[in-house]
Design a binder for this molecule. Structure first.
Ligand code: V47
Length: 365
């Protein structure tokens, strides 16, 4: 029956490729994005998802800390970054960051997700001290910190190579790198929305350098603003090529653009169909990525739950104190409890698995 549904959607040849574990071309990726048949695309993605991850759905007990929103890039799609002179600008001292960690020592947090803007004045030592202070406050914790954009900035201010910078960061406590800052790699999009930001090639270079040093990282794509479907596929193809070279990416997270309080506030929010398509096409196209994450903060817990049958095998985590998306108008909660996550996953017919950052299993429920 499914075979007939996929054939009726004109995707029979892509179905055959997926069954044969044959790589999809960019033209195939584009056809999946263009297909009006969400269920057919979702069915294909679910085949890949279940082949790679069975019925498991991962989550993590994590804490987000955004050490400062002061940023020199001021990207048009971002409501978080502020000029130093803004009334809404803030920065945390190293002691304040450590205090945030100490506040929650009674919770079984396994990961700190630590990112911020491109600060004009913080010295290199601030970043190393911050990692060390977090480790001192909570020695067993895994710190997933600094997007590739921040790492390129740290290399610049330290006057060192990317390799040496990453080695310093790991020595101070860095465990892995989150997927932010990728946006859409196409130069056209970067020029129109984030001209000052590290280029797409630069982002990939930082990720690949980290991978060569044994540091794992994630990847994202910010969709639903002014990018074309071709540019989305191009972005995915660049990630797939990089992953072929290094194998260091853990998970891909499509990020739904939230327009409120941004310079693109005239745009509308993404639709549910587009949110699910981004998950599903990514799952079909990124055949060398072990995981695809439906970040509930961005698409809402209800759609993230449905996404677990459209290619996603991870729903992120407890999060707590999410700022970046909420500044841009997200109406989701700022945190979820383990029991809320378990309920979402179980009702989706999946097996909840609490994981570490590196996808080691802590507990299968
Ligand atoms: O880098 C900025 C994006 C990212 C908006 O690696 C926006 O596991 C939507 O990368 N609407 C930060 N998105 C979030 C991020 C992330 C989140 C959760 C898990 C992981 C992971 C990574 O959010 C930024 C930027 O790409 N962003 N502004 C906005 N208005």
């Amino acid at each position: 029956m499914q075979r007939r549904m996929v054939a009726a959607a004109g995707l029979g040849d892509i179905h055959d490729k997926i069954l044969a574990q044959e790589r999809l071309t960019p033209a195939d990726g584009l056809r999946l994005f263009e297909s009006p048949d969400l269920l057919a695309v979702g069915y294909l993605a679910n085949l890949v998802r279940e082949r790679l991850n069975g019925r498991r759905a991962y989550f993590i007990y994590n804490q987000h800390i955004n050490y400062s929103n002061i940023c020199t890039n001021l990207c048009k799609f971002c409501a978080f970054g502020k000029d130093k002179s803004s009334d809404l600008a803030y920065e945390m001292s190293v002691a304040e960051v450590a205090a945030k960690v100490l506040e929650r020592l009674d919770e079984p947090i396994t990961e700190i997700h630590l990112v911020g803007g491109i600060h004009p004045d913080f010295p290199y030592s601030y970043y190393l001290d911050m990692l060390a202070a977090i480790k001192e406050a909570r020695p067993g914790i895994h710190i997933q910190a600094f997007t590739c954009v921040e790492i390129a900035h740290l290399a610049e201010i330290s006057g060192q190579s990317l390799e040496k910078t990453l080695t310093d960061l790991v020595a101070a406590g860095l465990g892995s790198i989150p997927g932010g800052g990728a946006e859409v790699f196409a130069p056209r999009i970067r020029k129109l929305t984030c001209e000052k930001k590290l280029s797409g090639e630069g982002w990939i270079e930082v990720a690949k350098t980290a991978h060569r040093l044994g540091i794992k990282s994630n990847a994202t794509m910010l969709y639903g603003h002014i990018e074309t479907l071709e540019e989305r596929v191009e972005h995915l193809a660049m990630l797939r090529d990089a992953q072929d070279e290094t194998g260091g990416f853990l998970t891909f997270i499509p990020l739904a653009f939230h327009p409120k309080n941004t310079e693109l506030s005239q745009l509308s929010r993404s639709t549910g169909v587009d949110d699910l398509k981004n998950i599903a096409v990514a799952r079909c196209f990124l055949d060398n990525f072990p995981h695809i994450k439906a970040y509930w903060v961005m698409i809402g817990p209800k759609l993230a739950q449905v996404a677990l049958s459209f290619g996603a095998d991870d729903i992120d985590g407890t999060v707590k104190e999410e700022i970046i998306t909420h500044m841009a108008g997200a109406d989701t909660d700022q945190a979820m409890t383990t029991s809320q996550l378990l309920r979402l996953i179980r009702e989706a017919g999946r097996i909840p698995v609490e994981r570490t950052t590196l996808y080691d299993v802590i507990r299968e429920y």
